[in-house]
Design a protein around this ligand. Structure first.
Ligand code: PLP
Length: 344
């Protein structure tokens, strides 16, 4: 039996076609709109939070602690859900170190003058999350930093629950096993003739979504293969992480079968995390104009760009039946408008 989960989602999310993208990319493309899992809290993280926040409540938590990049979608979704559930929330967000005085660090809330009023940070602050800014070096020790914050909260009588980066552990990944059960039901209701997909494609940042999709796609016969596009690091980094999360997820639920074959594709990560190449920016703008599908510069825009490149290389056959999981990220686009101004 699967662990308890909360009901946080607007589900099932639709699966749609955009004929212009079939033409542009050269496959039979279906888009799972997980950018529509909710309102301001929407995106892939909400599926993981259904399981993680259920456990937090079961543990009697009054406060949630998590981490991410400065404009983290995961941190924003966690902050909003915490507020919905009446829980406090502290976010440890990574920024480049700020000379000459440095940053206040993980032990104190950042002064508001240091915080953006855009994108995910705006939304997290709007629901009252405490934001602390940490350096890349502190972020390397993020789990220890979060445990310290939780211990300090316990010292003042607040029980705290730590959600790992991206909500990516075995429990969180079960959210994407459930997403694949949802796709199976959509196929059984006749979507696109009901045939399974040749391959599922999506973006990877911390690995939990990939693990859940592979496990769920295999278990429910949604697709034989998954191609996940790394937006940072590389294949050698993600292979063991995704394998570990997959094992942990399977251990939560004995009814799950073998995962679908998963390939980490690191050809589309661009110049750096959250930075697009000129080609990638042009592609994002072209997709939006041709089809009305808005992707984001950190994750989904790179994954869709990567899909088009994989078809050109022959790694995915022309005409293949492809399910693209749109995992959200709109606030990141809105926080980064200047980078795209040249494409408007
Ligand atoms: C977090 C995120 C991803 C990646 O999911 P992981 O489970 O962290 O690999 C993809 N797309 C968006 C929009 C995200 O916010």
């Amino acid at each position: 039996m699967s662990p308890r989960r909360l009901n946080l989602l607007h589900a099932p999310t639709p699966i749609v076609k955009r004929a212009a993208l079939d033409e542009l990319i050269g496959v039979d493309l279906w888009i799972k709109r997980d950018d529509s899992t909710g309102g301001a809290e929407a995106g892939n993280k909400l599926r993981k939070l259904e399981f993680l926040m259920a456990q937090a409540l079961d543990h009697g938590a009054a406060h949630i602690v998590t981490c991410g990049g400065l404009q983290s979608n995961h941190a924003r979704a966690t902050a909003i859900v915490s507020a919905q559930l009446g829980l406090g929330c502290t976010l440890l967000l990574r920024v480049a170190d700020a000379p000459p005085s440095g940053l206040p660090g993980p032990d104190v809330d950042a002064p508001s003058a240091l915080l953006p009023v855009t994108g995910n940070v705006l939304l997290a602050r709007a629901v009252g999350a405490h934001v602390r800014l940490i350096t890349p070096r502190q972020y390397d020790e993020r789990n220890a930093c979060m445990e310290k914050v939780a211990a300090d909260l316990r010292d003042v009588g607040k029980r705290a629950y730590v959600v790992p980066e991206g909500g990516s552990n075995g429990l969180g990944a079960l959210g994407y096993v459930e997403a694949m059960r949802e796709v199976r039901e959509q196929l059984d209701l006749g979507l696109g003739g009901g045939k399974a997909f040749d391959v599922i494609v999506h973006a990877t940042g911390s690995g939990g979504t990939a693990a859940g999709i592979a496990l769920g796609a295999g278990t429910f016969g949604v697709a034989r293969a998954v191609r996940t596009f790394a937006v940072c690091d590389d294949r050698a980094y993600f292979d063991p992480i995704i394998a570990r999360i997959t094992r942990e997820a399977a251990a939560h639920d004995a009814t799950l079968g073998a995962p679908a074959a998963l390939t980490v594709d690191d050809n589309a990560k661009g110049p750096a995390y959250a930075v697009m190449s000129a080609d990638q920016r042009q592609f994002l703008a072209r997709v939006a104009k041709a089809s009305g599908l808005i992707t984001d510069p950190v994750y989904t825009g790179k994954a869709l760009f990567g899909l088009a490149a994989a078809v050109r290389r022959g790694d995915i056959a022309k005409g293949a039946r492809v399910l693209f999981v749109h995992t959200g990220g709109l606030p990141g686009l809105l926080a980064d408008g200047r980078a795209l101004a040249g494409e408007l």
